[in-house]
Design a binder for this molecule. Structure first.
Ligand code: ADP
Ligand code: MG
Ligand code: MG
Length: 933
């Protein structure tokens, strides 16, 4: 055993003396040799490729065969597989029977198999697997006799009927659970393992009735019929809702299809010298190099991850079966070396003998991904260049996740579970995925909810997505809840055994206290603590030394600049700390929302003549200048792009309907009501209750004047600056006075004034002229000048089309991809959610174009505008400042299109830096981003 070596990955594909021209649908593995190998994930799926690779390496893998993904694609197209698939499967089955000296489901020692799904990218728990196939009323007795363990045989049979009934015949799981739980109750037993052989026989009889009732047919006794039905059901499971949903969030193509693995069974439920388990070669939460896993004795398959019994730490195995432990440790260490990545493995022990059932690159948190990558470089396992690709840019977010603030309050720890996924979550309890979805809210009105479950199942996925955190009372570090939340980068505490969760009564009981839906709790996913009440959170420190090291390896490759979108000095300072090289978008309107500023802003909007407007603007000028001074100082040495006023003015005024209600109810208002109305309308001139009668109707008439049916396409952007040039003037004056002021203090300041929403050259010329004139005036008056640029945001298709014209006046372009997506698709960003879910479910759109840049359409406009603009002005600086600036695939597109920089929110700066580095490095090193999926 110890002498086997893993072969180089490129093993010849099994002799494909291509029988006629039919493709090879079925790949055998067993007897120390496999038709396929580890690189054939496209055909064999991840699981099948792993089984082939381990077989070739001489590892103890139960033999079997893999039906490749092409058969699944055929099944999806035609609702059936071709005759050739059936023929090749029969041939492979005969070979397996010969190798094992058994026949499927017949004879004294019947062959039993598992039928396992397995796609190219692992989709944990999303598709289906059936165990113990081949058992029927007759073979179960043969198995009982051969094993000398009748209880075990009947336990295996009831599991088959249950899995087959659920997966193939589509009978709800609950129908079987009811029977099983009733039996336990009747026998006054708590654990599955406490039911006797006789009990299980009764369960089997009941299960058969369940099948008959729901499926209107008997459980199939013919093993070959079972096999064909199971295979097709696994193919169908590729298209189930859970799987589809998982693919959508993980950006996996629907076209791939799954492979099916048919494999001889080994039994972990044969008694106390048998067991089953799962593990990782390193800690998937922290990345620390330690043998990590969980197992259960006398158990089968999913028992470990299902959370029915709480599994035992792998170190216990060393005490129970030292030889098996050592062998497992040795095999998995070699697997990690061979794959050069952390492995996630499954094993079963049958009467003291170890079998390997699966190995794959393990999913991990961002913290773990960075640590594993760095330590593997130090161990000489991978190169620094490879290490860059071992971290998914979005995962860097884990370093920025908040922690609970425990300094100011007394913390009551209710329970401690497993630290399944790091970070902190504070929210209100919900007990079902549906409630999570209903309570979590949408858009800006998000309510933080924590989903509390005994254990999660793939059906909970939508609820898990909207929750801020997940708490389970059962299950281990490899439970569904743990694996899925780590992938989502979401806080999770799993297996908090002291907590009792009752979904029916909607209660959580712990330490003699009862918690109901809506009660607040706080989770610490890094320590596993569950804390009573609503704690505050504190920001994480992003200066982790390991993170810095990884960034220092990736940064030399990066060619695209990364800036931040920041409106106020505090955000600018934060952005610098994350490594932003300037500000790509400073939205001036956000500055106006400050307590001191909003009254002047409102006065400015209410003014119906230029003189009053100028008076109000004059009061805004020093406040605005002060904000710019702060931002310039924070960005010393780096450019700051400041956008002139963009949103429609009515956004600063009260809502029309609200105002109408206030007017209508004024005659009935109490003194107290009036007092609060005065406070509300003070900015608009209400000094006392008597003023309300005049102020509110006047305000309403101004609000009505400003009212627009389509504000996003209305009086906004440069249209404001053109109709009210004094606004642009004031803003330019504030910018340049601030710039000169800080420059005098030695700050290196580089303002870039950005005009929003231009569609024509003349609009650009109009606004640029104002900005340049004011700049000259300020420089002359202050006796000092600074370098600056005037450019535009490209957010309308017309601007992209005439970019060569606009570039005559614009010294830089910045793609405002939120609006550009909106105007290119004609989708309103605020309303698109009425349409988008259907579009994505129907495959009309693959992704939300507001999240991931639409390369085909919007991307084409970006490419065209960049080319045309640079034709006119070769030095044209081009960047992007929409939400897309921090999304890895969009960043990659920006690199490929030759943009000078991307700009994103401060918290995505690290992600954008790594994504930009990966894009350039994969170009240079000609490596395909070898990320773990
Ligand atoms: P998943 O992809 O959801 O992990 P698997 O196909 O790996 O599904 O199988 C589910 C469970 O059944 C796993 O715990 C696996 O180890 C176990 N299993 C699968 N095939 C066999 C087999 N031939 N003998 C024993 N256990 C098996
Ligand atoms: Mg598995
Ligand atoms: Mg815009």
């Amino acid at each position: 055993m110890a002498t086997t070596t893993l072969p180089e990955a490129e093993v010849e594909v099994g002799k494909s003396e291509a029988k006629k021209s039919a493709p090879q649908y079925v790949y055998f593995f067993g007897g120390g040799k496999a038709d396929g190998h580890g690189k054939m994930k496209d055909e064999l799926g991840g699981k099948g490729a792993g089984l082939a690779e381990m077989t070739n390496a001489g590892l103890p893998v139960p033999p079997g065969f893999t039906i490749q993904t092409e058969a699944c694609r055929e099944y999806m197209r035609h609702g059936d597989v071709s005759k050739e698939v059936d023929r090749q499967m029969e041939e492979a089955l005969a070979k397996l029977e010969a190798l094992q000296g058994q026949k499927l489901g017949i004879g004294e020692t019947p062959l039993l198999v598992s039928v396992r799904s397995g796609a190219k990218f692992s989709m944990p728990g999303m598709m289906d697997t059936i165990l113990n196939l081949g058992l029927n009323d007759k073979s179960v007795e043969a198995l009982a006799k051969r094993s000398g363990n009748s209880r075990f045989a009947h336990d295996s049979y009831r599991r088959l009927i249950q899995m087959f009934g659920n997966v193939v015949l589509e009978i709800p799981k609950a129908a079987f659970d009811e029977v099983f739980d009733a039996k336990k109750k009747q026998r006054k037993k708590k654990l599955d393992t406490e039911l006797t052989d006789k009990d299980l026989k009764e369960v089997i009889a009941e299960y058969k009735k369940v099948v008959k009732k729901h499926a209107k047919r008997d459980f199939p006794q013919d093993a070959n019929e079972q096999l064909v039905m199971a295979r097709d059901a696994v193919f169908r499971s590729w298209e189930n809702d859970r799987a589809k949903h998982y693919r959508r969030i993980n950006n996996i193509s629907d076209e791939l299809g799954t492979a099916v693995n048919v494999q001889a069974m080994v039994f972990g439920n044969l008694g106390d010298s048998s067991g089953t388990g799962v593990g990782f070669t390193r800690n998937p939460a922290t990345g620390t190099k330690e043998f990590y896993g969980e197992f259960l004795m006398n158990a089968q398959g999913e028992d470990v991850v299902a959370g029915i019994r709480t599994p035992v730490h792998i170190s216990e195995l060393e005490k129970i079966m030292p030889d098996v432990y050592r062998q497992l440790h040795e095999i998995t260490t070699r697997l990690e070396k061979h794959y050069r990545d952390m492995q996630d493995f499954e094993f079963t022990i049958q009467e003291g003998k170890l079998y390997m059932l699966q190995t794959r690159n393990g999913k991990r948190t961002g913290l773990a991904a960075v640590r594993v990558a760095i330590e593997m470089v130090e161990e000489g396992l991978i190169t620094k260049e490879e290490a860059i690709f071992r971290v998914e840019p979005n995962q860097l977010y884990d370093f920025l996740v908040p922690r609970l603030d425990e300094k100011r309050v007394k913390v009551e720890v209710l329970a401690t579970g497993l630290p399944a996924s790091p970070g902190a979550a504070v929210g209100q309890i919900v007990f079902t995925a549906e409630d999570a979805v209903a309570k979590a809210g949408h858009g800006t009105k998000k309510n933080p909810v924590i989903l509390v479950r005994a254990e999660t199942t793939p059906e909970d996925i939508q609820g898990m997505e909207v929750a801020v955190g997940i708490l389970t009372s059962r299950g281990g570090m490899t439970s569904h809840a743990a694996v899925v939340t780590r992938g989502m980068g979401k806080c999770c505490v799993a297996g908090a055994g002291d907590i009792q969760v009752n979904e029916h009564t909607q209660e959580m009981r712990v330490k003699g206290q009862v918690f109901k839906e809506g009660d607040w709790i706080s989770l610490d996913g890094t320590s596993g603590r569950v804390i009573k009440g609503k704690l505050a959170t504190v920001d994480a420190r992003p200066d982790d030394p390991e993170l810095m090291k990884l960034m220092s390896w990736s940064e030399p490759f990066r060619k695209t600049g990364v800036r931040a979108n920041a409106d106020i000095p505090r955000d600018a300072i934060q952005a610098r700390a994350f490594g932003a090289e300037g500000i790509g978008l400073c939205r001036t309107e956000h500055m106006f929302f400050g307590e001191k500023k909003i009254p002047h802003m409102r006065a400015m909007i209410l003014a119906d003549n230029e003189k009053d407007r100028r008076a109000a603007l004059k009061k805004l000028l020093p406040l605005q200048r002060q904000d710019f001074v702060g931002v310039f100082r924070a960005m010393d040495g780096f450019p700051v792009t400041i956008r002139t006023l963009d949103p429609p003015l009515h956004e600063f005024l009260p809502r029309r309907e609200e105002l109408m209600v206030d007017i209508a109810t004024l005659p009935y208002a109490t003194a107290k009501d009036k007092k609060s109305l005065v406070a509300k309308y003070r900015d608009y001139g209400a000094k006392n209750a008597a003023d309300l009668k005049k102020v509110m109707p006047a305000l309403l008439s101004r609000v009505e004047q400003l009212h627009e049916f389509n504000p996003m396409l209305g009086h906004r952007g440069c249209r404001l600056g053109i109709t009210y040039p004094e606004i642009t003037e004031m803003q330019a004056q504030a910018i340049f006075e601030a710039a000169v002021q800080v420059a005098k203090d030695g700050v290196k300041v580089k303002p870039e004034v950005m005009i929003p929403l231009t569609a024509t050259l003349k609009e650009m010329a109009n606004q640029a002229a104002i900005v340049r004139r004011v700049a000259d005036e300020v420089f002359k008056e202050k006796g000092k000048s600074v370098d600056y640029l005037v450019g535009t945001m490209i957010e309308l298709p017309r601007a992209a089309l005439v970019a060569d014209e606009i570039a005559k006046e614009a010294e830089f372009f910045s793609f405002g991809t939120n609006d550009l997506t909106q105007t290119t698709f004609g989708f309103s960003r605020d309303d698109v959610n009425k349409v988008l879910p259907t579009y994505i479910a129907e495959g009309i759109l693959k992704q939300d174009p507001f999240a991931v840049l639409d390369r085909e359409g919007v991307g084409q406009l970006i490419r065209m505008a960049t080319e045309r603009g640079r034709k006119t002005r070769p030095s044209l600086k081009v960047g992007i400042c929409g939400e897309h600036g921090g999304e890895p695939s969009s960043v990659e597109f920006c690199y490929q299109t030759g943009l000078n920089y991307v700009s994103c929110s401060p918290f995505r700066v690290l992600t954008a830096r790594l994504a930009a580095a990966q894009a350039a490095a994969s170009d240079l090193l000609k490596v395909e981003g070898g990320r773990t999926k």
